[in-house]
Ligand binder design. Structure first.
Ligand code: TTP
Ligand code: MG
Length: 353
């Protein structure tokens, strides 16, 4: 069976980092986003805070009055939901430019299927490219966990934070889980931890301790949650990535390190982009009808050209021929150096085999 590679990308201190970006004067200061602290008398909670504020013990869901007591000199800001939603959409769009199968699980977090890269090394390189792209376009940092399933990817991402990537290969999962506290397994809260501590007659349980119980014992203790926990402590999770909505388009783009008119360079990069799309088309058995090529020239002048096919196709050679034609038209019509090229197809549906 083909190896599964799952990426979990989660933005760092999401709301707070957006506020820092918008207000450079807050740089280096603790920033808390949430309810109004009203000089310590405020009600409501902290939505999030930056990493500087976390050094004072402040965290999400903490009463805002407590956050005030911990660090009254922090910058306290209200939640600007409309702005964060817009940024969230932009982030998801950036990720979609690199990979198609994506499940957004919250405003700042998405699982992405990177199995198509074929190896953990290539998946890690792609994760770095996505992070770089997000930073370039939004001046925000993201962290990534990469593993063969969603649960381990999520745990790896947490360990990679802030601004990092952690890959946990399949044969390293046991080692990764070995010394973690049982509460670090997603879904194990304080109440479950107490139930387990009673059962094992031991405090501060590690994942390794819980592995000593049989499946039956855990089911007796916790019902279906116990059944799931038996697998979780072994790093087993077969939950699929559920794409939100339908896959509407597949696109790839490349920004040249230096603006160029070297047609050999331009066409060879373009060909790689086409191959990438072709691979995804085949893997997901999709067909297309509209092809769009984008070209950004020196000075940020951006143009797109599209071709609508007479009938739906799933053929890589059709994609190649038509998109190369569009690119050629760009290069003959405009003689400026090229900064970015991209190609996108509008998915028409599942192709019949
Ligand atoms: P998280 O990803 O949980 O937190 P974060 O991005 O602020 O920090 P990090 O991932 O680096 O640990 O949540 C994303 C956003 O969701 C967060 O910026 C604010 C919001 N949020 C709340 O409003 N209330 C909460 O209790 C949590 C956990 C998050
Ligand atoms: Mg986050």
């Amino acid at each position: 069976m083909k190896q599964r590679i799952v990426l979990l990308l989660d933005m760092d201190a999401f709301f707070a980092m957006i506020e820092e970006r918008e207000n450079p004067r807050f740089k280096g200061r603790p920033v808390v986003v949430g309810a109004d602290p009203k000089e310590g008398k405020g009600r409501g909670v902290v939505s999030t805070c930056n990493y500087k504020a976390r050094e004072y013990g402040i965290h999400s869901a903490m009463p805002i009055s407590q956050a005030w007591r911990l660090c009254s000199q922090a910058v306290f800001l209200p939640v600007n939901g409309a702005l964060y939603s817009k940024v969230s959409d932009n982030i998801m769009e950036i990720i979609r430019n690199h990979a198609t199968i994506l499940e957004q699980v919250s405003q700042d977090e998405a699982y992405v299927d990177l199995s198509f890269t074929g190896s953990y090394i290539k998946a890690e390189k792609l994760a770095e490219r996505i992070r770089k792209d997000i930073f370039k376009k939004e001046q925000l940092t993201a962290s990534c966990g990469i593993a063969e399933n969603k649960m381990v990817a999520k745990m790896a991402c947490k360990k990679a934070k802030p601004n990092g990537v952690l890959v946990v290969e399949k044969d390293k999962i046991d080692q990764f889980l070995f010394l973690l506290k049982i509460q670090e397994i997603p879904g194990v809260g304080p109440k479950t931890a107490i139930v387990l501590e009673k059962f094992f007659k031991k405090r501060e349980l590690k994942v390794e301790d819980v592995k000593k119980a049989t499946r039956e014992e855990l089911i007796d203790l916790m019902g279906v949650a116990g059944d799931a926990l038996y697998d979780k402590v072994r790093g087993i999770d077969e939950t699929p990535i559920v794409v939100n909505g339908e896959i509407k388009s597949i696109g790839k783009e490349h920004t040249f390190a230096k603006d160029t008119r070297d047609s050999e360079e331009i066409f060879s990069v373009f060909y790689e982009l086409i191959l990438g799309i072709q691979k995804e088309l085949q893997e997901q058995e999709l067909s297309f009808k509209i092809i769009t090529v984008v070209c950004r020239f020196h000075g940020f002048e951006t143009h797109t050209k599209s071709k609508t096919l007479k009938k739906v196709s799933k053929e890589g050679k059709v994609l190649k021929k038509e998109s190369m034609r569009l690119l050629l038209r760009f290069l003959t019509e405009n003689l400026k150096p090229v900064r970015l090229i991209g190609v996108r197809i509008q998915v028409a549906g599942k192709s019949s085999k």
